[in-house]
Design a protein around this ligand. Structure first.
Ligand SMILES: [Zn+2]
Length: 381
């Protein structure tokens, strides 16, 4: 979840109805087929069939928040909502993120008292992934402040289908030598089992974008320089672990930061660095009231993604399912997903071919690669 984003609520009025025009044509092709299948089978759509009709091949940023404790089937209720979301025809597959990374983190204090929640959250996600192996790939939570992080991560990754790790920063910096070493050694311990890291970078520059008048040119440059140090630390990690894919969440909420990333990796283009699109197009943009065809920030993102390498850009929506006593997001019937898809489709600075890559081709390739890498490890054991 992107805590910085207080504008999310603004977009709640964007409903599925808004999407109808752009998506109806695609649906129309599948609808008769779906009716036919359900008539013949007398059952609801299977996951495999739903996957074919999905608008997006891979949702790379799906949060699952379980309640702090199970009060009579409440964990199950969240799992049912995840299945509902999958069956809604929006996505083929999803990276399902355990919220364990919040436990013991510096911004949800209550969780610090109950470290056992980490394993509970992880194994609840794992059981859901195990029940839907063709639709979900599990992402373990990890917090850079955990002293026993290696062990917690190891237990999580030992469960079937848990193949990635989510990293998110509050007040910490990735470039902090102690933090970086904690993360590096956790990854190194589980290098074989873990396939990817979804990383929400610590970056201050998006705040400059959200209120440009509060910063003068010198301050703006200083903050950009500070964030570049964080990006350099990410590049260092990616170089150290070429077999693990690093997916940069939210496109760092700034096309300028993507450009810094491009600048840093220019000499030797890293094939294991990927960019995810969630909330890039509608966060911190000074020109959000401009029509899509005129938005400078949308143009800047399209350009940055293209220069980075459009083949390594994947769709994500930061969709949240479930809630707990500390986080009051709640299941929102998928509006975040719908909103993010709508923004991407409306970006006139991207070609149709590029949109197809971001929404379908690249995600499908990502899944295929994860499954192949997993199979290769299994056969070597
Ligand atoms: Zn998120």
């Amino acid at each position: 979840m992107n805590f910085m984003n207080s504008r999310h609520r603004l977009f709640e009025k964007c409903t599925v109805a808004d999407l109808t025009n752009c998506l109806l044509s695609k649906r129309a092709i599948f609808l008769p087929l779906l009716v036919l299948i359900s008539v013949f089978s007398h059952t609801s759509l299977s996951f495999a069939e739903g996957s074919k009709a999905a608008k997006v091949s891979l949702e790379s940023h799906l949060h699952i928040f379980f309640p702090n404790r199970d009060t009579g089937g409440s964990y199950q209720k969240v799992k049912d909502q995840v299945v509902d979301f999958l069956e809604s025809g929006r996505v083929g597959q999803a990276l399902a993120i355990s919220s364990s990374y919040l436990v013991g983190g510096s911004d949800v204090e209550e969780f610090a008292q109950t470290p056992q929640l980490r394993e509970i959250f992880d194994s609840q996600v794992a059981s859901l992934v195990e029940a839907h192996p063709m639709r979900l790939i599990g992402v373990c939570g990890f917090n850079q402040l955990w002293e026993d992080g290696k062990e917690v991560l190891g237990k999580c990754l030992a469960q079937p289908g848990m193949l990635g790790m989510k990293l998110r920063f509050s007040n910490e910096k990735l470039s902090d030598p102690k933090i970086l070493e904690n993360i590096r050694s956790a990854i190194a311990s589980h290098e074989k089992k873990m396939k990817f890291v979804l990383i929400h970078m610590p970056a201050e520059y998006p705040f400059v974008l959200s209120s440009p008048k509060s910063y003068n040119e010198k301050q703006r440059k200083e903050i950009l320089k500070k964030d570049t140090i964080e990006i350099a630390a990410l590049v260092e990690l990616a170089r150290k672990f070429p077999a693990i894919r690093f997916v940069v969440a939210h496109s760092m909420n700034s096309s300028e930061l993507i450009n810094e990333l491009i600048r840093l990796v220019k000499k030797d283009k890293l094939r294991n660095l990927w960019i995810e699109t969630s909330f890039a197009l509608n966060q911190f943009i000074p020109d959000e009231n401009m029509p899509p065809g005129k938005r400078e920030s949308w143009k800047a993102y399209a350009k940055a993604w293209r220069e980075f390498g459009i083949d390594q850009v994947i769709f994500g929506s930061d969709q949240v399912i479930g809630q707990n006593e500390n986080i009051k997001s709640g299941y929102d019937k998928g509006w975040r997903f719908d909103d993010q898809l709508k923004q991407l489709l409306a970006n006139t600075f991207l070609t149709e071919e590029e949109k197809e890559k971001i929404l379908k081709t690249n995600g499908a390739k990502f899944i295929e690669w994860v499954k192949e890498a997993q199979a290769a490890v299994r056969s070597s054991n």
